[in-house]
Design a protein around this ligand. Structure first.
Ligand SMILES: *Cc1c(COP(=O)(O)O)cnc(C)c1O
Length: 420
């Protein structure tokens, strides 16, 4: 991967034909450090948010060597980069072949389940292994998230006690735990505390000892119109919730952030191939990395990256992607200089999570290249840039000149912090 100080340096050098993921490993390292220093929990990165090798390498080098994986492909990917990574297979519905391969080929010991049938599958597929860690995923009612993750998975609180008991009895020399997911892009820290109260009630009813409480993902990032509370409020809510749970001093706290670790870590540089009035036809779209700009209508922050003068008047635009499908439309509004034209490049910010991860090859598009840039992300919850993104940007030259250097980790302290 080539490194450029600024996105504009790349555009000055050449006109890339494919969209470019502009990646900022330094900002992923800063986010990883924040979680390790501020949340008294073991951090498992949810690989689905962005499975790029540079992300996994950066996290491992920053002390996060534990991963929430959901498929054999994700397991193989992480193992190929970090042979000794801790892997937790957190998909509540797995094939028998996948469980078997995870256990016997990849040394995975931690499996999630949300039904008695899945528990049976795990036991049978591992030949009744004595060293399994079994985590029960509970469905919790939590509001405040942009995406619910309780509709599809999670046992209901009234059915949970029986499953917790069954999992406890199935565990031999390993650990038994409970997990939940408050929903992605959770805007309310109190959602974690509320979920932990519900989980605590089920544990009490079951009368079981729990080794692990896993609060899942859902930690937010910043998008236009969505500025979350300070991340410290999330940590405080989780610590309070944990204190009040019927667990012991040795119970471990785990978390599985995806979005919050990587959203700031990448933007996408794309090119305008045609302009029709307020519609810009780009070389990236909803079948590429702009899935959320279409399906959730998120107006991601944008910047013109042009070598030379541009109009100071900002106008709202909408985007079309490169495929022939009319779904390939991003309504925005995206504010860009009024004189934007064919051949211009646009940087779309805050695309590190669920961006390139969503890319398909539909219609022959979706392929992209990767380049490292050293400027700050467009917004940051970790102090690298402003905490919010104005919906209407006023000048084209707001480009933050702050350069973020990748600092080396200060050892692996804190990686396996326990509650004191
Ligand atoms: C998707 C997912 C995550 C990560 O969620 P974010 O909202 O990106 O933090 C964590 N755990 C599980 C089980 C998931 O499915």
């Amino acid at each position: 991967m080539r490194t450029y100080q600024l996105p504009l340096d790349l555009v000055r050098e050449r006109s890339p034909e494919r969209p470019v993921a502009l990646v900022r490993p330094a900002s992923v390292a800063v986010a990883a450090r924040w979680f390790q220093n501020n949340l008294k929990a073991d951090v498992f990165y949810a690989v689905k948010a962005n499975p790029s090798a540079w992300i996994i390498e950066t996290l491992v080098n920053s002390g996060v060597n534990a991963f929430d994986v959901a498929s054999i492909a994700e397991i193989a990917l992480v193992r190929s980069i970090s042979a000794d990574a801790r892997l937790a297979f957190m998909h509540p519905v797995k094939s028998r072949a996948a469980i078997k391969s995870a256990y016997f080929d990849y040394n995975v010991r931690t499996f999630v389940l949300d039904s008695h049938d899945e528990l049976q599958k795990i036991i049978e597929s591992t030949d009744n292994a004595a060293d399994l860690n079994l985590i029960v995923r509970m469905g919790v009612s939590a509001d405040g998230a942009a995406y619910s993750l309780s509709g599809k998975f999670g046992i209901t609180p009234d059915q949970a006690p029986a499953l917790l008991l069954a999992a406890r009895q199935a565990v031999q020399h390993g650990q038994m735990g409970v997990s939940f997911h408050v929903g992605s892009q959770c805007m309310r820290p109190s959602a974690y505390e509320a979920a932990m109260t519900q989980v605590g009630r089920a544990i009490k009813k079951a009368g079981v000892f729990v080794d692990i409480v896993d609060v899942g993902g859902g930690f937010p990032s910043v998008y236009p119109g969505m500025v979350p509370p300070d991340l410290q409020e999330y940590a405080d809510a989780i610590h309070r919730g944990f204190e009040d749970m019927p667990v012991s001093e040795t119970t471990e706290l785990w978390c599985e952030p995806g979005r919050a670790l990587v959203a700031e870590g990448s933007s996408v540089l794309c090119r305008v191939d045609l302009r029709k009035g307020d519609a810009l036809y780009l070389n990236d779209g909803s079948y590429g990395s702009l899935f959320d700009a279409t399906h959730s209508r998120w107006p991601f922050p944008t910047k013109l990256v042009r070598d030379g003068e541009s109009s100071s008047e900002m106008k709202p635009f909408r985007f079309y992607g490169p495929t022939c499908d009319s779904i390939d439309h991003m309504p925005g509004p995206f504010y860009l200089p009024a004189d934007i034209r064919e051949g211009d490049f646009i940087e779309i910010g805050m695309m590190g999570a669920y961006g390139v991860a969503m890319s398909t090859g539909f219609n022959g598009y979706g392929d992209h290249e990767v380049a490292v840039v050293e400027d700050a992300p467009m917004a940051s919850l970790y102090g690298l840039a402003p905490r919010s993104i104005p919906t209407v940007r006023t000048t084209a030259e707001e480009n933050s000149r702050k350069i973020v250097r990748l600092s080396r980790p200060k050892g692996k302290a804190g990686q396996r912090k326990r509650r004191k």
